[in-house]
Design a binder for this molecule. Structure first.
Ligand code: MLT
Ligand code: ZN
Length: 475
């Protein structure tokens, strides 16, 4: 452990002088939750967590850190799957929590936009939109704890990408504090502004390495008036894709979610998640959770029922149940959204967040399953996720009675084989979870050299001293 130098020893006191008492935590017990990532892959160290009350406070902090050469790790709800918001082990990186920037600055229902600060919980943004009969469609299992700033910084995906796109597609403008403390504000609701480079676009998905997002002007949509949800038994992933294509056409593209869940994942949820209830359909190797929604008062249940009976007749589905109430709908969604929690309760797991072109998905599942059997015999595959986006969480769990260390040792060779297969099919090794610290090596291996070179030049231009989230995305 390196010895703290004079600068670091005095740092909390100097930060208090700059930003006030409430903005600085240095009690080890209070720091602890900020120093470990959501998956507990990384245990970091830090002299302090700084939580400014406003954008001016973030600007003061960054100007100070840039002058002193102190690294800053921005953190939202700390739900990264890739260690993107955790300081390293050196004890020299400050954590910048955006938690106190939690105001909705304005809502414009007529203009279909909202300005929210980075520390607003995603659920708070969704509710604020719903209160004015609007929809903010980003939807994630962690929406009760993740923050919109983190969603933006990581370009989060979730369960409504099929219809509304990734977080990137939901942004009209951003307010960003740059490494030297200057504030770039493009917080405008303009839908058309064709003036030069898309600067704001650079920050979305940059994982806090180019600037710190402090607020965003977000796109809203009409609130859904009708929703229909079904849990469907299927023979195989090919049937899922054919069924999705039929549903998109039959519903006039009102299909908002299409999530694939294998039987093995449903079993894990039923076993490990209190309150989870069997959906009551015929057992099948695969299930699809499908949701249609419309801002008009449409009979989507009738539409879905007809589409599903056609699918049953065509052998694309073997059984299905439609949610008859909001409670049943929530119970079906709970089964899907609890898969990650059930997986972690079931023991050690290995994760891959991949995407391939839709047409290559069945081939990927087939060949990837063979790789898993060969390279990680102590594990079993739990592949689930956003099949409508070609994005699967191609995860493995440890088999009962096997040694955890043996299983976890399979990680590197398996990851290499799975990601090589993904690359050969024209896919991505990180479909929606970003790069963080976990996948820096993967980016170096799979990104075309010209892309890496441009990313490095952009980083150099925005953060010449390298104080912003060092070691994440790029080494
Ligand atoms: C999900 O879709 O449930 C999440 O992205 C989490 C995961 O990778 O398991
Ligand atoms: Zn996901």
């Amino acid at each position: 452990m390196p010895q703290p130098d004079a600068l670091l020893m005095n740092l909390p006191a100097r930060l208090r002088q700059l930003l006030g008492n409430e903005a600085v935590l240095d009690d080890p017990a209070l720091l602890a939750p900020y120093l470990v990532d959501h998956r507990r892959l990384y245990q970091g160290a830090s002299p302090a967590v700084v939580q400014p009350a406003d954008t001016a406070g973030v600007a003061t902090l960054l100007a100070f850190c840039n002058n002193e050469g102190i690294a800053v790790v921005p953190q939202g709800g700390n739900t990264s799957y890739c260690g993107g918001a955790t300081p390293d082990e050196s004890g020299r990186q400050l954590v910048l929590s955006l938690r106190r920037l939690n105001k909705i600055r304005s809502v414009d229902a007529a203009g279909f936009s909202m300005v929210a600060e980075a520390g607003c919980l995603l659920a708070q943004v969704q509710q604020t939109a719903a209160d004015v009969q609007r929809l903010f469609p980003l939807s994630l299992g962690s929406e009760g704890s993740c923050q919109i700033g983190g969603n933006l910084a990581t370009n989060a995906g979730g369960t409504a990408v099929l219809r509304y796109g990734m977080t990137r597609d939901l942004v009209l403008g951003l307010e960003v504090v740059l490494a030297d403390g200057s504030v770039l504000s493009t917080l405008s609701p303009l839908r058309k502004d064709n003036t030069g480079y898309d600067l704001k676009g650079l920050f979305v998905g940059s994982e806090g390495t180019l600037g710190v997002i402090t607020a965003a002007c977000l796109k809203l949509f009409p609130a859904p008036q009708s929703v229909a949800t079904a849990w469907i038994s299927l023979p195989d992933p090919t049937a899922a894709l054919t069924l999705l294509g039929r549903l998109r056409a039959a519903s006039g593209d009102r299909t908002s979610s299409c999530e694939l869940v294998p039987q093995v994942a449903l079993d894990l949820v039923l076993q490990h998640v209190p309150g989870a209830r069997d959906p009551g359909v015929a057992r099948a190797p695969w299930y699809l959770l499908v949701e249609l929604s419309s801002p008009a008062d449409d009979d989507l249940d009738a539409l879905l029922t007809t589409a599903l009976s056609d699918a049953l007749e065509a052998g694309l589905a073997t059984d299905a149940v439609l949610a008859q109430s909001a409670t049943q709908r929530a119970a079906l969604w709970m089964l899907r959204e609890s898969v990650p929690a059930a997986q972690s309760r079931a023991g050690g797991s290995l994760k891959h967040d991949i995407s391939v072109p839709l047409s290559a998905l069945p081939q990927f599942i087939e060949q990837g399953s063979v790789l898993c059997k060969e390279l990680a015999p102590e594990g079993y595959l739990v592949a689930y996720g956003h099949v409508g986006d070609g994005n699967l969480h191609f995860n493995l769990n440890q088999r009962d009675g096997t040694d955890e260390a043996d299983f976890l040792e399979r990680e590197l060779p398996l990851k290499r084989a799975v990601h090589d297969l993904v690359a050969s099919l024209g896919g991505s090794f990180s479909a929606e979870h970003g790069v963080g610290r976990l996948k820096v090596g993967e980016l170096e291996r799979y990104a075309p050299p010209i892309e890496l070179e441009l990313m490095r030049r952009i980083k150099q231009a925005f953060d010449p001293l390298g104080i912003l989230n060092p070691g994440k995305v790029l080494r």
